[in-house]
Every structure is written in C-alpha cells, then in structure tokens.
Design a binder for this molecule. Structure first.
Ligand code: NAP
Length: 676
C-alpha cells in the first residue's frame, strides 16, 4: 500500500500535511502507512466557515430534511465500506472489530435518521415537554423549546474507533442543525480521514457542515464562544487539560467528555457454575477482554464474582483465553488482533505492571508470547492478561489504573452489598454489568450502583442471544458516565441531539405561542370555515381550522345497547344503586368509549376524501361523567401537521367533548393521515 498523506479539510478545501511530518505505522506490521503534519489549517477561517456557511444552511433545513441527509450518508458509506475495512486491518482490528467500528458507525447514522423522522417535527425548532399553564385565566402560558446553537461543534475523538467515534458524534450534531469540525486521534487517523473523505465526496451535506483536522488543534479552542460545543473522547488527563482552557471556562462553552473508565462486571450471587448466567458471564468477560484487543472504553476491567466461585471463573475464562488465536487480523482464525500502536502496547504493559503489584497474573505472559502468523516485534501484539486480586478492599490500582488493552482483574466478594460497593469504587464508570436471574438482585444493583454508572447492563438466560453486549453503546441509550468517566452523556436518542441545542423557556400568550410553535395552543385563535376540515388536503389545512358540531343526547337505551353490543356491562353503566355508591358517579353513566364513539359520529365527514386513516389518539382523559339525558357536542381543531412523505402527512387534532352546560367531559388528541 502506498503512503497516505493525511489532509485536513478546511473551508471547502483539502490541505496537504505541513509543518513537522510524523509517520503513522501499521499496528500489525510496523510499516509506515501514513504521514501527518504538525501545523494545522487556519482555525479562524474554519470556525468562521462553519458558523457563517455551514450552520446557516443547516439551520434552514428542518429536522426531517437533516434526517434524510443522515440516511443518504449512511447508504453512501454502506456501499463503500469494503474500502474502509481494508484500511482498518492496519489499525490492528480484526474483521469483527471493524464491524463494530464501521458498521456500528453507519448503523448509528441510520438510527438517528429514523429517530429524527419519527420523534422530531418537520420544523426547525423542537417543542419539549408539556405546555405549562402559568396563570389562572389561561392567557399566559409556558413552553420549553429548543433551537440549534449558532456556533460550531468541535469533536475530538479517540484512536480506538476511528469511524464509529466520528459518526456517533456527527449524527446528533448534524440532526440538531449544527456544523462540526472533526479532529480524529492521530494514531488511526488514516481510517477516519478515508471515511471523512467519502462524506465530503458524497456531496450530501451542505457546504461548511463538516470540516476535518489531520493533526493538532492549534488555537482552535481559543476561538470558541458560548454558541460552540466541544465533544471530547479520550483520556481523563487530556479531557482535564482541554476543559480547563481559559477561553472555554470564560465563555461557558459546553464540554462533553467521554473518558476512561474502570468498568465492572458482577456475577450475581445466584449465578453459580452450572447456571446459564455463569456461562453467559464467562463468554461476555472473554469477549470484552479480546474484542478490539481490549481497547474499548466500555471493556470489562474488573470481574467481580462471589468469593466461592473465584477459582471456577478464573478457570473458565482462562480456558477460553487459551483457545483465542491472537495475531494477524486478516487471518480468518484470528480472534484478537493488535493494539493500535507500539506506544499503546508499551502503555498497556506499564499499566499492567502497576496492577501486577497488587495482584497475581493468572493468564497471559507478555514476555513469552508469539503472535499467530504475524511479526510479534514490529506489530503491537499482546496476549490477553488476566489478573487475580485476593484483597480487592485493600488494593488501589485495580480500581484506579486503566490498562487500555486486553487486561482484566478477577476479585471475589462476600455478599451483594460488597460486590456493588466494589463496582462503585471505579469512581464513576461508563457501564457496569450484572449477570443474575434474580429480579431482587437487579433492583438492589440499580439502587446501590445506578448513581455511579452511566449504563447498567443486566444479562440472564432470557436476554440470551438478543442482548447487545456489555461493551456496546447504542444510539438509543445514553453513553457516558459520572465522575472519572467524564460526567458527559452522548447519544441516548434525541437527548443526544439536545446537547447541541439551547433549551429556552418561552412564556407568552396562547396566540403568540401558537405562532412560535406552529401548532394550535388552547386559547389561541381558531378559524371556522364553510368547508369541513376533513375535506382539506394536508397542504391546504390551516392550523387552528375548527368545527363545532351539532349535539346528540345520550339515552339510557344508548348505554344499554352499547353495553350489550360490546359486552362491557360494568356496573357503573348498568346498576343504578351500585353506581350511586361509587364516589365518582351520580348514578348510571355512559361508557367512556361510548362518548368517544358518539364524538366520532358527530365530527366525522363520511365521504371519501383526503383523510386516509385514523391511526390513534393520545392523551385521552374523561373529565366528567355523562348521565342519561346529557347531550354531547364536539370541538375539533387542527393542532399540528407533520409531513411524512410526498404523498401524505400526519395531522394531530385537538378534540374536546362538551355537555349541554359547556363543561368538558372528555379531551384527547386524534391522529389522522391526510393525503398531500
Ligand atoms: P488521548 O490521548 O486523550 O487522545 C484523545 C484525543 O485528544 C485525540 O484525538 C488526541 O489527538 C486529542 N488530543 C490530545 N492532546 C490534545 C491537545 N492538547 N489538544 C487537542 N487535542 C488533543 O486518548 P487516546 O489515547 O486517543 O484514547 C484512549 C483513551 O480514551 C482511553 O483512556 C479510553 O478509555 C478513552 N476512551 C473513552 C471512550 C468513551 O467513550 N468514554 C471511548 C474511547 C476511548 P492526537 O491523537 O493527535 O494526540
């Protein structure tokens, strides 16, 4: 393979490496793969380009349009992933490791695209949570809304997942409408650059939406303002240095940190050898130690097991480790490849030596190790190393030193409280897993350990093959953890998008709020037209278009007929005495579902037309009983429209059902699909 000269992509131009040139070597062969420069592009021009061009264009697009970009990008990368796999081998990754990185990254784009379309509006602002009534009269309301930050997101990524690490940050950022500058870790930057190059070449994202730095960040952080975000993944030491940058502190620049973490896995007291949980646990520990050669921020570093089963666990894990082929990642039989670099190997050995002072190594001798079918000297290979600690209370290093490689320590516990206390000694972690089939153990673990871990992963015989794994962050769930893990949060579905937006409490009159949110708000202006709103196509329908229906009297015969017809002969509808004895009812009352059915009968316009389907209702409340002789009428108002595709869109209707005294007896939101 010819040498790659890593380039930055700044203000729409690719720039060759400059300044002092460093060589980046294959983790497998030690041969030079790429060259990277030491002096970066003009960071002032980059931030300005992001703010003045990328951000402005992105913010003009709705969430749905941005979600469509993510989907197109995911498809584009998916078609080209073989080229990325090829480059990935030299980072030390096996095919299975690359799948986590490359397919995992592309999958995250797909997931955010679909979440964006389903959970965000086809609008440029996000309405968060319920409307708050701030005054008795209803003329002063409150609503939280979120709008995109008007600056740039600076993403600083770790070396271990050059593709996933980039895409899992880009997806929520772009969906939020914020441009990004990506700075990958140098050690594996050739893979990140190749993926970024594809993104740029695709032409799917608007100009200025993404830029790329090959090399150091120079004075970039000194240029950030209150509208910018830094999202960092890497070591605690680098995070601390970057987050204390004077400019960031002065401007309260958001800083999201994903740092190192001493993740724990607990074998439940019930999971003795011979149980399915014991077997799943051993498999998972082995997988976490060897996948990506242990270079996962979420890898299991501490194996916490009942004291009585310590030997059995060591034996079972060691047995699996002994069968693990470590060597050339291109070889199909290889289960564990190389670490990312010789420097990384040296670092892991140094950390393992510190851990070794308080433990005993029970598997893996780095001094006596040969990689399978590969150059053990030139490549950054290590055997998996398992340690045993007999005094986990007294030992410090096992809870504090992260050897970012295939290194893990087994320790015994006395009882569950002890196990969870040990798990919490990591001072804040990304994930802890508990292998148990006992719901009481699971609850105790959440109560004792939830506050110390960003994610708790429970596995048992039921989760089996469907479980996604201790070490896999998912786009739907938050990734991040308290304390040592950085105190940050990423992903977690739409939560991750909101990290790049400003939440604002908006207080206003109903009419102003309706204008701001482009949806009907109780008390805002409505319009009545000669045409029934069900006759309007999606594109013609105005928010606030209302009909007030005729009324219909509910008779005792109606109630009895409905009861017999549906089989719902609950006493409150059928037995005057019993109903009267109930604190909620004056006597026999109409069924809630009868009220709904009559309401539909009052507001529906029956002929074929633009309303294609009723597909549900939200927030249904029955507010007052309806007695025989009461008459009902309905107010139906178009509340909100969400385009789904070129053919139809969703209309949310505000429905109020009232009695003859004008008192509301029921309220809900009806959803229909309307033709364009
Ligand atoms: P690192 O040395 O802290 O580097 C992380 C990133 O920061 C790299 O892109 C690095 O760029 C950059 N960086 C370093 N010094 C900088 C500076 N002065 N200004 C601007 N950027 C700077 O960490 P790493 O060795 O790449 O990654 C391993 C660590 O990351 C492990 O501790 C692991 O636990 C953690 N990690 C955490 C997560 C998570 O999600 N929580 C995920 C993966 C890894 P250069 O490479 O160019 O120096």
């Amino acid at each position: 393979m010819s040498r790659i000269f890593l380039q930055s992509y700044a203000a729409g131009k690719w720039l060759p490496p400059s300044g002092k040139i460093s060589e980046l070597k294959s983790a497998v062969t030690g041969k030079v793969i790429a060259e990277i420069g030491s002096s970066g592009p003009d960071f002032g021009a980059m931030t300005q380009h992001a703010r003045d061009v990328g951000g402005k264009i992105l913010r003009r697009h709705t969430f749905h349009e941005r979600a469509a970009m993510l989907k197109a990008l995911a498809q584009y990368l998916n078609e080209r992933r073989d080229a990325l796999y090829e480059l990935s081998y030299d980072t030390g990754a096996t095919k299975a490791d690359s799948m986590i990185d490359i397919d995992g990254g592309i999958g995250t784009l797909f997931a955010y695209s679909s979440k964006g379309r389903r959970e965000l509006p086809d609008d440029v602002l996000f309405v968060e949570g319920a409307l708050e009534q701030l005054s008795k009269g209803g003329n002063f309301l409150g609503q939280h809304i979120a709008t995109p930050l008007q600056g740039v997101a600076v993403h600083v990524n770790a070396f271990n997942f050059p593709v996933w690490g980039m895409l899992e940050k880009l997806a929520p950022t772009l969906l939020a409408g914020v441009p990004a500058i990506v700075k990958p870790a140098s050690a594996t930057a050739w893979l990140a650059e190749a993926c970024f190059r594809m993104i740029a070449q695709s032409g799917i994202l608007p100009e200025g939406a993404v830029q790329f730095i090959a090399g150091p960040t120079g004075d970039l952080l000194d240029r950030l303002t209150a509208q910018d975000v830094v999202s960092f993944t890497g070591s605690a030491a680098t995070a601390q240095m970057l987050r204390s940058n004077r400019r960031l502190v002065e401007n309260s620049v958001r800083f999201i940190a994903e740092q190192d973490s001493l993740n724990a896995s607990v074998l439940g007291p019930d999971a003795a050898p011979g149980t399915p949980e014991f077997d799943i646990f051993v498999k998972e520990v082995h997988r976490e130690m060897t996948a990506k050669a242990g270079q996962k921020c979420t890898a299991i570093r501490r194996i916490i097991v009942p004291g009585a089963h310590r030997e059995a666990v060591i034996e079972a894990v060691a047995d699996r480790l002994a069968k693990t082929v470590v060597g050339d990642p291109r070889n199909e039989a290889t289960r564990m490849g190389a670490l990312a670099s010789l420097a990384q190997r040296a670092d892991v050995l140094e950390k393992a030596a510190i851990i070794g002072r308080e433990t005993r190594r029970v598997f893996g001798d780095p001094g006596n190790f040969k990689a399978d079918g590969a150059d053990s000297e030139g490549g950054a290979f290590l055997p998996p190393m398992l340690f045993e600690c007999v005094d986990p209370d007294g030992a410090e290093s096992i809870h504090a030193v992260e050897a970012f490689g295939p290194v893990s320590t087994v320790m015994g516990y006395r009882d569950l409280d002890h196990a969870l206390a040990l798990a919490n000694r990591g001072k804040g972690s990304l994930v802890a897993s508990i292998f148990t089939n006992d719901p009481a153990v699971a609850r105790q673990a959440v109560l004792a350990s939830g506050a110390w871990h960003g994610r708790l992963y429970f596995a048992n015989r039921d989760t089996g093959k469907e479980a996604t794994g201790h070490g896999s962050p998912l786009p739907h769930m938050i990734h991040g953890g308290p304390g040592r893990a950085g105190g940050g949060e990423e992903m977690g579905g739409i939560r991750g998008v909101l990290h790049y937006m400003q939440r604002t409490a908006v207080q206003a009159s109903p009419n102003l709020l309706a204008g701001i949110t482009r949806s009907y708000v109780p008390g805002s202006e409505t319009v009545e037209k000669p045409q029934h709103p069900f006759r309007m196509r999606f594109s013609e329908l105005d928010i606030g278009h209302t009909i007030n229906t005729a009324s219909r009297t509910v008779t005792l015969e109606d109630i009895e007929h409905f009861a017999e017809f549906t089989g719902d002969t609950f006493y409150a509808h059928m037995d005057e005495e019993a109903a009267k004895a109930n604190p909620f009812f004056p006597g026999r009352v109409a069924h809630g579902y009868l009220i709904l059915s009559f309401a539909a009968g009052l507001f529906v316009d029956p002929a074929p037309g633009p309303v294609l389907a009723n597909y549900g209702l939200d927030n249904l409340r029955f507010m007052k009983p309806v007695s025989p002789g009461d008459s009902l009428k309905v107010r139906l108002t178009a509340k909100q429209k969400t385009r789904r595709n070129d053919e139809y869109g969703e209309v949310r209707w505000d429905v109020g059902v009232y009695n003859q005294d004008g008192e509301q007896v029921a309220g809900y939101e009806l959803l229909t699909m309307n033709a364009m």
